[in-house]
Ligand binder design. Structure first.
Ligand code: GDP
Length: 467
């Protein structure tokens, strides 16, 4: 049960015949009785009465309608006070409800309570329901997993430091003559420097936490027939894409979850990218580029016999630069004399490793990462897996991982920006205070059940007061 009683003017501002004040909360009926000096109100029945001030003066007269919980808009006890529609009268009535134990409702708070109590129907809630659903699910999960866990503690620690800094900075703002010296003596710069390091560590941990929770998208691209479907099958350990040797078979995007060291990855096998006049294939290629935008990693699969071709290069130019690339040379079994030979002859393996080392030096020089595999004969797959892990930012040696959500990551990223901003402006008190305030707000959104209210509050704040 919500302990707060809220009140607000429910009708449009300005002068009108009737103005309505709505009160919602467990004490609504008591407030109506005290306001009117009546003994009883009946559910859904309008009662004409005088409205009294604290010292017994008549403020206005009009109707009271009482809605017994849960049969009201909000699902709580509700009264509607219908007075005369003068802003002055309505202000007096509002003031009286505050004296009787209400606080002013925030924008959308009645709707928020209605939603929380399951009172808004689907049509009313249509435009916001998707948003609320997504966020409340994440909030519910994180309330259990992160509120009591390591994650909450880390956020709390940083928040505590932020609070201390804020208290100091805000207090110093009141003594303009002494500010810079004050700040210098308090080693604000050093403290901020330490905080930047700490929150960046938290950011890195959260990224891994999100990765653990959501998985990351890996896109496999490459010319038709280089073995994309075969590689996906090998990584997924089951046959989910059709493998044929007719170029351009894989026309759709297929997502498959694979687990590498306990981390889920969505591997997306894309339409074979090539210049084509086939309309269906063109559509597949378009979807490839859409899938690429959200990818954490791009596996560029090439035939080891031909290496990276001019066609590959031109496709690569179309891929966003910020997505890490891993060049995967497939079909090395053919390169070194066939799968059977590879199985039999150890020296072939050695020769291959030597070749790889030479190539690796060249690739390091041009800042590219290449691995050599055979999807069909399952050679080099473990090396590929560990390269994938390191490229998406997963550090195997980090034991400080907690489960986190994208919402947390977004908030921490913004907090990092503001703490960095505070650090960069440590000698400008006003900017410093603002940056610290933003950082504190962002981190506060993450912790506990309050964030859920904040979040809902944010959504419902798009409403008007009294709605
Ligand atoms: P995609 O068009 O890129 O998805 O390629 P597929 O996975 O359909 O493979 C095309 C052909 O190459 C099939 O006949 C596969 O069996 C073959 N292939 C894939 N990987 C390998 C490999 O590592 N070695 C050999 N020898 N053939 C392979």
């Amino acid at each position: 049960m919500n302990l707060d009683n809220i009140s607000a003017i429910a009708t449009a501002p300005g002068y009108s015949g009737v103005g309505i004040i709505r009160v919602s909360g467990h004490a609504a009926l008591k407030i109506a009785l005290a306001l009117t000096k009546k003994n009883v109100f009946i559910h859904k029945l309008a009662t004409y009465c005088d409205f009294y001030s604290n010292d017994g003066e008549i403020l206005d007269s009009g109707l009271i309608i009482y809605f017994k919980a849960p049969h009201s808009f909000t699902g709580e006890e509700v009264i509607e006070i219908h007075g005369h529609g003068s802003p002055v009268v309505l202000q007096m009535l509002i003031k009286r409800t505050l004296e009787l134990g209400c606080r002013l409702a925030t924008p959308g708070e009645f709707s928020q309570r209605a939603y929380l109590n399951g009172k808004i129907d689907l049509i009313q809630a249509e435009s916001i329901i998707d948003l609320i659903h997504a966020e409340s699910e994440a909030t519910a999960k994180s309330a259990i997993k992160s509120l009591k866990g390591r994650f909450s503690e880390q956020i709390e620690q940083i928040n505590q430091q932020l609070i201390n800094l804020r208290m100091f900075v805000e207090a110093t703002l009141d003594f303009p003559d002494e500010d810079i010296e004050f700040i210098a003596n308090a080693k604000i710069h050093d403290k901020l420097n330490a905080l930047v390091t700490e929150i960046n560590q938290l950011l890195a941990n959260t990224k891994q936490g999100v990765l653990l929770n959501n998985g990351a998208d890996i896109v496999i691209i490459g010319r038709p027939n280089v073995g994309k479907s075969s590689l996906l099958n090998t990584l997924a350990n089951e046959d989910i894409a059709i493998v044929t040797d007719i170029a351009g078979t894989t026309r759709d995007i297929i997502k498959e979850k694979i687990i590498i060291n306990g981390i889920a990855f969505n591997v997306i096998d894309t339409a074979g990218i090539r210049i084509t006049t086939d309309i269906v294939e063109q559509l597949g290629i378009k979807r490839t580029f859409t899938a690429l935008k959200n990818a954490a990693l791009c596996l560029v699969l090439v035939d080891a016999n031909t290496g990276v071709t001019a066609e590959d290069e031109s496709i690569l130019q179309q891929i966003p630069q910020n997505i890490p690339r891993l060049f995967v040379h497939n079909k090395i079994d053919l390169l070194i004399g066939g799968y059977d030979q590879l199985q039999k002859l150890d020296f072939v393996k050695e020769t291959f490793i030597q070749t790889y080392e030479v190539n690796a030096k060249i690739h390091r020089a041009v800042n590219q990462i290449h691995v050599y595999i055979s999807a069909k004969s399952k050679i080099g797959i473990d090396q590929l897996r560990s390269k994938i892990l390191s490229l998406v930012g997963f550090d195997n040696n980090n034991h400080d991982i907690f489960v986190a959500r994208t919402r947390h990551l977004n908030a921490i990223e913004l907090a990092v920006e503001h703490i960095q901003g505070a650090f960069n402006n440590w000698d400008n008190l006003e900017v410093l205070a603002e940056e610290l305030r933003y950082a504190h707000n962002k981190l506060s959104e993450i912790t506990g059940e309050f964030s859920s209210d904040d979040l809902l509050g944010e959504i419902f704040s798009k409403f008007c007061i009294g709605k």
